[in-house]
Design a protein around this ligand. Sequence first.
Ligand code: G3H
Length: 262
Amino acid sequence: MAPYLVGVSLKMYFSHARTLAWCSAVAEVARAHPAVRDGAAELFVIPSYLSVTAAVDLLRGVAAVGAQDLAMEDEGAFTGEVSGAEIAEVGCRVVEVGHAERRRLFGETDAVVRAKTDAALRNGLAPVLCVGEAERGDPESVAQECVRQVDDALSSARAAGRNGHVIVAYEPLWAIGADSPAEPDYIRSVCAHLRRHLDSSPDFAGSRVIYGGSARPGLLGEIADDVDGLFLGRFAHRAESLEEVLDEVLSTRAALQAAGGR
Ligand SMILES: O=C[C@H](O)COP(=O)(O)O
């Protein structure tokens, strides 16, 4: 049975000191947890840039670390930017691309997302490619729109003949920062469609689909058949919550195994 992927973005919520304390607490939880020890869960953590190298050290052996953004280029006169090459050099394995907040607040266009997805793959990083609809719709049309976003984001990388592992984070924009996630059936329907689509792309074999947008303990069991994991934000700010999600990975796998699923 494939492991569930549990990712956390700390966005810009924490100070450096709080990030270090959180990473230490998460490392302790993860080292002791059978879901991580036995490979039932795979973790990744995405702090802000300045905390990335410390997080790599604190989480070594229990969680991959990533960055929240990367430059389109690999080096040069690009003040304020951080290249995928450097992100990989310091030990990151994943990088977020196209998050709704970067699109909405910092003007990232489809062209930028295409270039950054390519830059991630070019540097051996798995893009955590964020896709999602602006407004709640019918799941079939939403899924088609998300597939369009995925294919558009991958198009430059494909044209360059690249392949690799992509983590598609399905995040309905209306569920980000909300009180509760999208309804389980809605999530399942969109994610199942996205997974079928990725499965039909041999150049990105092994890619996974995770759900984010007010994801929290209690959700995985409701959607587990149709997702490869969760992308958590605010509801992972307590290490205990992450522990609850890891508990749920074990109970969910046991239930699915008993039912002969996944
Ligand atoms: O990166 C994570 C997502 O945007 C979800 O954030 P949230 O769970 O705080 O809504």
